[in-house]
Write a new protein. Structure first.
Length: 94
């Protein structure tokens, strides 16, 4: 397995683990996990979004440094908006 595959497997395994905890753990375990994981997740989002901040011409530094992004913009920012703003406004289970 190459390094990229190992990295991907490790990250997906961690996400699977967190999904299991959220779905199956008791409230005390979830609360303890939230204390650390929320900080990790907000840090990860900030770092990822910083890498995709637009330059002075509105081009994503990571996705499209040499050409315009077009009307839809950077997919990382669209994903962040959908998960952190749109889905959050709709609330769980809606
Ligand atoms: Zn981007």
């Amino acid at each position: 397995m190459d390094e990229i595959s190992k990295l991907r497997t490790a990250v997906y395994s961690r996400l699977d683990y967190l999904d299991i905890i959220v779905g199956e753990a008791d409230e005390a375990s979830k609360s303890a996990l939230a204390d650390t994981v929320i900080t990790q997740m907000t840090g990860a989002w900030r770092e990822l979004l910083a890498a995709h901040d637009p330059d002075e011409r509105g081009r994503c530094r990571a996705c499209s440094p040499w050409r315009p992004l077009g009307r839809t913009g950077c997919s990382v920012w669209r994903t962040a908006h959908r998960h952190l703003i749109t889905d959050a406004a709709e609330g769980p289970g809606t």
